[in-house]
Design a protein around this ligand. Structure first.
Ligand code: ADP
Ligand code: MG
Ligand code: ZN
Length: 474
């Protein structure tokens, strides 16, 4: 069998976090009783007129700038006509030939750029709810502002697709235009897939899988679709250009409808809205609002602070953690210590992604900084610092209330030697084990010293001393 290569392009819909809808004043809040966040405009009553929410345009321009897009100085809205119960006007107001943003890219870890063809704004449709054989429609989501981000067919594997979506999601969360919650549908992907024999240039015929709302489904659907298309071609059949739906129950994709062409939608200019003009000055104003982006932070952490790549990645993955770390790192000689405490210690308290995202840290960034400053000045030994951090997180108290000057003074060398000797004579078994070649036994002896000094001793110093004393006994 020939080897095949996957080719994919993604169309990602992201709900913007504006307070109100794109063409009316209704709230965009999620989870309300069906059809309570609606008005004559967003349920499309005749005679109503849309009024474009300026914040939608600003957010979309922000999204474009953050993904290296050009901004169209004159964009316009168009009507995309189709008849389906989730769309009460029987057309969606979208953008066809003059989208707000175009020609951008997102860079993957490998350095490969996934080109973004365009980003346009549009209104979301309502939601169909199927229940015991009946179908209901909820128009609360109708008119919620969306951006649709379309890539070129640059993606060559499931991993690349996933990384692209993760990067896109993180950027959008950082700039604050969307919460990008896949499980609530505020980020949904349509995946266009084709296959071609490895080494050939010409693209194959594609199928589009609609509305992927989790990474797991997306991976499974892509794998199934790749295999399906390869099988068709290998058995001499043709791939049909169509829209397919992924069914999680059996992990397959199924044909929904033949692919619509643009002409099927009978696009025409939305006559009730004027063009959207964006001048250079406005673009620069919006650019100035962009925060430092995740990949920029990552680079600064690795090259500027010398953080290990894994730590830098974990910290930048959660915007609030990154901001917390940046605040704590101010004025530190070695921010690595702070990063280490965050990733190595604090993360354990937040096992789920949602908790890390939320980052209700217990200690303020300033309090963490105070702790690290004491470590840096040599006043606080690492082991005592770690147990103090636990207390800080439990109580919310600053380090100054939890460790006294006396604790910080540590244990002087003479006293430490006395304590070590005592621990050795009280634990003949561990000493025997150690002398018998079981190096790990030193840890239990060290534990004894720490207990006796209530954590005040310097662990490295104490361990060295223990080893010297035991070896003297040989
Ligand atoms: P339409 O507007 O009809 O949906 P587009 O040409 O705009 O079609 O493409 C939609 C998406 O499909 C884009 O993300 C694009 O990269 C992707 N795409 C186009 N051709 C192919 C192909 N042969 N294989 C995989 N993806 C493709
Ligand atoms: Mg499409
Ligand atoms: Zn409304």
């Amino acid at each position: 069998m020939r080897e095949y290569e996957l080719v994919a392009g993604l169309e990602t819909h992201i709900e913007l976090s504006t307070k109100t809808k794109i063409f009316c004043g209704c709230t965009t809040a999620f989870g309300a009783q069906p059809n309570t966040n609606c008005c004559p405009i967003c349920i499309g009553l005749p005679g109503t007129l849309p009024k474009l929410n300026e914040q939608v345009v600003r957010y979309a321009v922000m999204a474009g700038l953050a993904t290296n897009c050009k901004i169209n100085p004159v964009a316009k809205m168009d009507r995309k006509n189709y008849v389906y119960p989730d769309l009460p006007k029987a057309y969606q107001i979208s953008e066809y030939d003059k989208p707000l943003c175009y020609e951008g890219w997102i860079e993957l870890e490998s350095g490969k750029k996934i080109r973004i063809t365009r980003i346009h704004i549009e209104e979301d449709a309502g939601k169909l709810v199927h229940d015991r054989g009946d179908t209901y429609v909820d128009y609360n989501r109708g008119g919620v502002p969306l951006i649709e981000i379309v890539t070129e067919p640059d993606i060559r594997s499931i991993d690349e697709a996933r990384e692209y979506v993760e990067k896109l999601q993180l950027i959008m969360k950082y700039i604050g235009v969307s919460d990008c919650k896949m499980q609530e549908g505020s980020l949904r992907c349509d995946v266009n897939i084709s296959v071609r024999p490895k080494g050939t240039e010409k693209f194959g015929t594609r199928a589009e899988i609609k509305n992927m709302n989790s990474f797991t489904f997306m991976s499974k659907a892509m794998q199934y679709e790749f295999d399906r298309q390869v099988d068709l071609i290998e058995s001499g059949e043709a791939v049909v250009q169509e829209t397919r739906r992924y069914n999680d129950a059996d992990g397959t994709t199924m044909s929904m409808r033949g692919k619509e062409d643009a002409q099927d939608y009978r696009y025409f200019r939305e006559p009730d809205l004027v063009s959207i003009e964006t001048d250079e000055k406005t673009i620069e104003e919006i650019r100035a609002l962009l925060p430092e982006l995740p990949h920029e932070k990552y680079r600064r952490y690795v090259t500027g602070y010398g953080l290990p790549a894994a730590d830098a990645q974990l910290i930048t993955k959660y915007r609030r953690v990154a901001e917390y770390f940046d605040e704590a790192a101010k004025g530190l000689q070695n921010p690595k210590t702070a990063a280490n405490l965050i990733v190595g210690q604090m993360f354990r308290r937040f096992p789920t992604e949602a908790e890390k995202e939320e980052w209700a840290a217990g200690a303020t960034a300033e309090q963490l900084r105070e702790l690290v400053l004491l470590i840096e000045s040599g006043k606080l030994k690492m082991n005592l610092a770690k147990s103090t951090l636990e207390k800080m997180l439990d109580t919310g108290k600053p380090v100054s209330e939890l460790v006294s000057e006396e604790d910080m003074a540590g244990v002087d060398a003479g006293a430490l030697e006395g304590i070590c000797k005592e621990v050795l004579s009280n634990n003949p078994k561990a000493v025997g084990d150690f002398l018998g070649g079981k190096d790990a036994a030193i840890k239990s002896l060290l534990g004894g010293v720490m207990k006796a000094t209530r954590g005040k001793a310097d662990a490295v110093q104490a361990e060295t001393l223990l080893r010297t004393l035991i070896n003297q006994r040989k």
